[in-house]
Design a protein around this ligand. Structure first.
Ligand code: KE4
Length: 411
């Protein structure tokens, strides 16, 4: 396996050292192949909002397994998943299920192009929307972690159709629309960014993006693969009361199994095959085991909203880190919303890709390894959001705060 991994960010390239191998996971902890227990702040990059290997999700998968693993036909599980998504995301009248966030965003921009008859897409520096050609341009996450935010193998003609703008810069967006009248099919963004580390929009920015896209006849695509059901059941669009034209989902909706989804107004979604001319497909889309896991994860969020609890846990971690940094006179930013947050070792408030890059990635690497050695696993990159789960409550969060405090003091 190239680099020993099946996804680059797992390789520890930016923090150094060699990654551990996980044998099992339960609640807030991973157990490594050599028997170490680690308190996990990656949560398999977001899905494990209820903690790893939750007994109810495990039981739902086992029950579905009795009926088989894949049918390749419509099935009741996918209907229930679609109904749950439509219920919690009023902007989604119709939804198409797929197998990853990459598929969801790739299809959403194809749909925006098919619906508007236009070719150009606007994205924002540092936002990561998966690895499809049109979106792997000035991308975040692993693409940024490895210091090449573009990718080899993306034809120049594809890149020309993607305009990359700075986030939190209304003027840059207006200028891009003015310079490309009638040519922009859609604007895709992480409404709260998780792939440059965690970055929130300035007040008024999201409403500006909404108005500018509506005025220009371009579709507004919220990539809520990370934030959907994690920051609120209805994602950032519920928190910020913005109605996008299309929404992409993933991670939490799969309950730990491979699921992606994209949806929006019926007039847009009905352009999708088999009804319309925009093609999109998937052998395992709506897979019954993945649906059973995701349905259970969403039902648990419906029975008891954990968001206040998750926000309090994240504030506890950020508070401990900021207090330790202040005591040491070490510049630190700790932006947070709900169970998403990150630590930037910089005096500069981080509000976009450029300011995120002022963060001391080398210092983060030393901090990462101090915490790992003490049994706390952080995202292996200075440019990723941290995640936590309801299972972090109690001993895990207290222990983690202790280690993080000591880790900052050790720098
Ligand atoms: P996947 O294709 O990895 O399921 O989803 C792509 C994607 C799309 N949109 C957003 C906002 C995302 O955060 C992601 C994937 N997130 C990364 C973590 N930063 C996945 C981790 C990895 O690449 O291994």
């Amino acid at each position: 396996m190239p680099g020993g991994v099946n996804s680059p960010v797992r390789a520890f390239r930016s923090v150094g050292g060699a990654p551990f191998f996980t044998r099992s996971a339960r609640g807030a902890t991973l157990t490594t192949a050599d028997g170490r227990e680690l308190i996990d702040f990656v949560c398999t990059w977001g899905p494990a909002i209820h903690g790893h290997n939750h007994p109810r999700i495990r039981a739902a998968i086992a029950a579905a397994l009795e009926n088989g693993t894949s049918f390749g036909t419509p099935n009741p599980y996918e209907v229930e998943m679609a109904e749950l998504i439509v219920r919690f995301f009023p902007s989604i009248q119709k939804v198409r299920l797929c197998n990853s966030g990459t598929e969801a965003t790739m299809a959403a921009i194809r749909l925006a192009r098919g619906f508007t008859g236009r070719d150009k897409i606007i994205k924002f520096a540092g936002c990561y929307h998966g690895h499809s050609d049109s979106l792997l341009i000035k991308a975040g996450s692993g693409a940024l972690t490895h210091g090449h935010p573009d990718s080899a193998g993306v034809p120049a003609v594809f890149a020309q159709e993607t305009i990359v703008l700075p986030f939190n810069d209304p003027g840059a967006l207006d200028a891009a629309f003015a310079a490309n009248p009638g040519r922009i099919a859609g604007v895709i963004l992480e409404p709260y960014i998780g792939n440059v580390g965690f970055i929130k929009p300035d007040a008024g920015y999201l409403p500006h993006v909404r108005e500018a896209t509506a005025r220009a006849g371009a579709l507004l695509i919220f990539d809520e693969v990370m934030t959907g059901f994690r920051l609120a059941r209805g994602g950032v669009q519920e928190l910020e009361r913005i109605v996008p034209d299309l929404t992409c989902l993933g991670k939490v909706i799969g309950g730990g199994l491979p699921v992606g989804a994209f949806g929006g107004r019926a007039e847009i979604m009905d352009r999708l095959a088999p009804l319309g001319p925009v093609y999109q497909a998937g052998t395992l889309s709506g897979n019954p085991l993945a649906m059973a896991a995701g349905i259970t994860a969403l039902r648990m969020l419906d029975e008891a909203e954990p968001y206040a609890q998750l926000d309090a846990l994240a504030r506890q971690v950020c508070g401990a880190a900021l207090a330790a940094a202040r005591a040491k006179g070490l510049p630190l930013q700790a932006p947070q919303a709900g169970s998403m947050f990150s630590l930037f070792f910089t005096p500069t408030p981080v509000r976009d890709y450029a300011s995120a890059l002022t963060s001391d990635a080398k210092l983060f690497g030393r901090f990462f390894h101090f915490c790992l050695a003490a049994g706390v696993y952080l995202p292996p990159s200075a440019y990723e959001a941290w995640f936590l789960s309801t299972a972090h409550e109690g001993a895990a969060i207290d222990r983690a705060c202790e280690v993080i405090t000591q880790g900052i003091k050790s720098l």
